[in-house]
Design a protein around this ligand. Structure first.
Ligand code: PMT
Length: 359
């Protein structure tokens, strides 16, 4: 790629996978997912694929610069915990280093765990700042063995997080797979979806990842770092194929599929969510606006095609889509805040059950 524009191309999902490189770890990742699904099938569990975090679009092959999509992974990581709590097995397909179930409570940026650890007061403290550092050349003290404890204020919360974390690990119901680029995400989504098709209606998709709409095909990437000496940089990107289409119609037509719609203008949230349902024919779109997403979301779903009701003796057709708003108080106590994901998952589980029974 030089510092000029290029003819863009339209990729279908099919042509995308024919022309864009398969990630080196795809085979191993798919095998891991395959084994996980087999174990969950034997245990007769429903499985949900939770996608989480933002995808990147590299601008160079030896990547120095890339475009990123906004998402910390809070929605995905929090939701995964509520699915696990409800007895679901979770495949957590997430952006590397974004928030994860359980450890999210101790994010290094908002609640670093070192802040609530204490060293036994009986131990001699360091006399100088230099000797306090582990990089000091002195050998580490061997006796007495240092005792580290959790501050009293944090103990109850840590205990409940740790207990849930250990229980999930003992049960083996959480499987983690990570991506960085949109290309890795798309290949993984296809591979995992195909693996999940053996579950039929017991498979749920909860697509909370923020996926790039535009990308640069591998064939047009500059090998080395784009040089700044040539003046302005113009890049013409191609559209990422709409991957929900083959997911719904080919990879797992039986699956219960929930996608998200993020907008910054609340006025267009519902029309855009309805448009997605119209286009892809899946089960639910969760609309959230950027500034209120932690306190208010709307679930949009299609109403059965023949839904009509009688009003004053006349048959009146129902609206095509139903809205279901979920809202929680935006002022939550800091020690035990209510999380909107709890209510979202509760509602989705009811609908998934109906979906399973509908088979
Ligand atoms: O992680 P947080 O900081 O908590 O933020 C959560 C969130 C706001 C990112 C999340 O709640 C959310 O809204 N995610 C979807 C963002 C979005 O608008 O995605 P989209 O318009 O690019 O895609 C719509 C849907 O299709 C999404 O479910 C997406 O995962 C899926 N998609 C999109 C494109 C594509 N090629 N493949 C997809 O699967």
């Amino acid at each position: 790629m030089s510092n000029t524009t290029h003819e863009s191309q339209t990729f279908s999902a099919e042509s995308y996978f024919e022309t864009q490189p398969q990630p080196p770890s795809l085979v191993a990742d798919t095998e891991g997912v395959h084994e996980f699904i087999q174990r969950q099938q034997q245990a007769n569990r429903s499985v949900v694929l939770v996608t989480s975090g933002g995808t990147t679009v590299p601008l160079e092959l030896n990547v120095v610069r890339f475009l990123d999509n906004f998402s910390a992974g809070t929605r995905g990581a929090t939701s995964a915990e509520y699915f696990l709590k409800a007895g679901y097995a979770v495949i957590f397909l997430h952006r590397q280093f974004s928030l994860q179930p359980f450890s999210r409570h101790y994010s290094h940026s908002t609640n670093p765990f070192l802040n609530f650890l204490e060293i036994d007061a009986a131990l001699p403290s360091s006399s100088t700042i230099d000797s306090a550092f582990p990089y000091s050349n002195d050998p580490p003290p061997t006796t007495p063995t240092p005792q580290i404890t959790v501050t009293t204020a944090e103990r109850a919360k840590l205990f409940s997080v740790l207990r849930a974390y250990k229980a999930v690990h003992a049960l083996g119901t959480l499987h983690m797979v990570s991506f960085v680029t949109v290309n890795e995400y798309l290949w993984l989504l296809r591979a995992v979806s195909r693996e999940m098709s053996v579950l039929g209606r017991k498979a749920m998709y909860y697509l909370a990842a923020a996926v790039s709409d535009f990308f640069l095909p591998q064939q047009r990437l500059s090998e080395h770092k784009i040089q700044s000496g040539k003046g302005n940089l113009s890049i013409e990107m191609d559209q990422v194929p709409k991957i929900l289409k083959p997911l719904v119609s080919e990879w797992n037509p039986e699956g219960f599929i929930v996608s998200f719609k993020l907008e910054t203008d609340e006025m267009i949230l519902i029309p855009k969510a309805q448009q997605a349902l119209e286009r892809y024919g899946h089960q639910v779109v969760i609309g959230n606006d950027l500034h209120h997403r932690k306190h208010r979301v709307v679930l949009i779903s299609p109403v059965a095609a023949d839904a009509t009701k009688k009003l004053d003796g006349a048959l009146v057709s129902q609206p095509k889509y139903a809205e279901f708003w979920i809202e929680i108080d935006s002022h939550q106590p800091s020690n035990h805040p209510k999380e909107i994901e709890e209510d979202i998952i509760e509602e989705l589980l009811k609908r998934h059950n109906v979906w399973i029974e509908g088979s």
